[in-house]
Design a binder for this molecule. Sequence first.
Ligand SMILES: [Zn+2]
Length: 104
Amino acid sequence: MLQNEVERRHEEAEAHIRKTIMNEFCEIMHKSGLPPMAVMRLAARSIGMIYREVADAHSGPEACPCGWRPNEVVDVEVLGMALMTACERCQVRDLRHMRIAGTA
Ligand SMILES: [Zn+2]
């Protein structure tokens, strides 16, 4: 598969999952009245629980035949890094906007 094709699939998947989670996030905020960080924490926990379920389905004698096998230490580190770098990127973007606004 071409590198561009791989990147395009990643971008499409990210856009889809981000839109879905954002919609649910807003709906849950309105329905529950919980503060943003409480809902964020629940969303992060849900990703962890989904990882647990998928990893369990790919372990043991009844493992999914697709061939993926979880490596819990590495996988959890990858998920943690993805969360941290995604948060950092937003901060950098905000700072840039502030700088542009400040010099305009
Ligand atoms: Zn599988």
